[in-house]
Design a protein around this ligand. Structure first.
Ligand code: ADP
Ligand code: ADP
Length: 239
């Protein structure tokens, strides 16, 4: 059961040096509830692929099929639902989050934008539940992200991504900014959440050791192309 199929995806950027083929005809699919690790050196097009799949960026060409339906054929209401079902976790959530918002405000924001709560009490309850889910202590509710260490900041990013009950999450270098010991904690949390909520992950990283144990399948990108895709077990098998 494939939750996502991507066919011949292309994303070109106009740059001062000419047209840059950041993603150049990439095809892959992801099974529901599984993790696809997307690896490759910096600049090979991993992040752009993830952003095009999420439609944070518009594709130059290609097909994105989510839940069996081409995204091009989604109507307006379906598109709103899609924005809830697909989420992203960034490398450093603090960089993409408003530093003047408290943790609870950051987590509440998607719930407010998507009108998921009838009143303030329900909102507070949901935010408290999300904080508990990602292991953030209740006493941190009114603190600011810059007051926390990287691991806790990333837990905010994860809670925010979970707020709208997503099915599919693009994880864009989610642990790359963290100390190795903290990396393991965040990866374990993500693994538990995957099982609890049946999440599908597209896990982008330049660090093979991070996805080695975490991914079911691994896609290797090189200069905008997908040059290899195999089960993680096969790729890391000793010769
Ligand atoms: P990766 O995630 O593998 O490090 P990216 O997807 O971020 O790679 O980038 C792929 C290529 O596209 C790089 O050469 C990068 O400089 C370029 N690129 C990314 N975003 C833009 C943009 N908005 N405008 C122009 N070039 C971009
Ligand atoms: P970079 O990876 O280049 O450091 P960011 O991760 O901060 O950049 O953000 C990249 C893009 O994603 C920006 O265009 C930003 O507006 C958008 N963006 C940031 N946060 C979100 C979010 N929570 N949901 C959707 N889009 C976002």
């Amino acid at each position: 059961d494939k939750i996502l199929e991507v066919r011949n995806l292309k994303k070109y950027f106009n740059t001062p040096k000419g047209l840059l083929h950041a993603v150049d005809g990439v095809t892959f699919s992801i099974e529901r509830g599984k993790t696809l690790g997307v690896v490759g050196e910096s600049g090979c097009g991993k992040s752009t692929t993830g952003r095009v799949v999420l439609r944070l960026l518009e594709a130059t060409d290609g097909e994105i099929i989510f839940e069996g339906k081409n995204i091009r054929d989604y109507g307006k209401a379906e598109m709103v639902k899609l924005r809830e079902e697909m989420q992203i976790i960034f490398q450093d959530p603090y960089a993409s989050l408003n530093p003047r918002m408290t943790i609870s405000e950051i987590i509440a924001e998607p719930l407010i934008i998507h009108k998921k709560c009838k009143n303030k009490e329900e909102l507070q309850e949901k935010v408290a539940k999300l904080m508990e889910t990602v292991g953030l202590s209740e006493r941190l509710t009114n603190t600011y992200p810059h007051e926390l260490d990287g691991g806790r900041r990333q837990r905010i990013g994860i809670a925010r991504a979970l707020a709208l009950n997503p099915k599919f999450i693009v994880c864009d270098e989610p642990v790359s900014a963290l100390d190795v010991s903290i990396q393991a904690q965040v990866l374990n949390l993500m693994k538990d959440l995957q099982e609890e909520f049946g999440l599908t992950y597209m896990f982008i990283t330049h660090d093979l050791s991070v996805v080695k144990h975490f991914s079911d399948d691994i896609a290797v990108m090189y200069l905008g192309e997908l040059v290899e895709k195999a089960p993680a077990k096969e790729l890391f098998k000793n010769p």
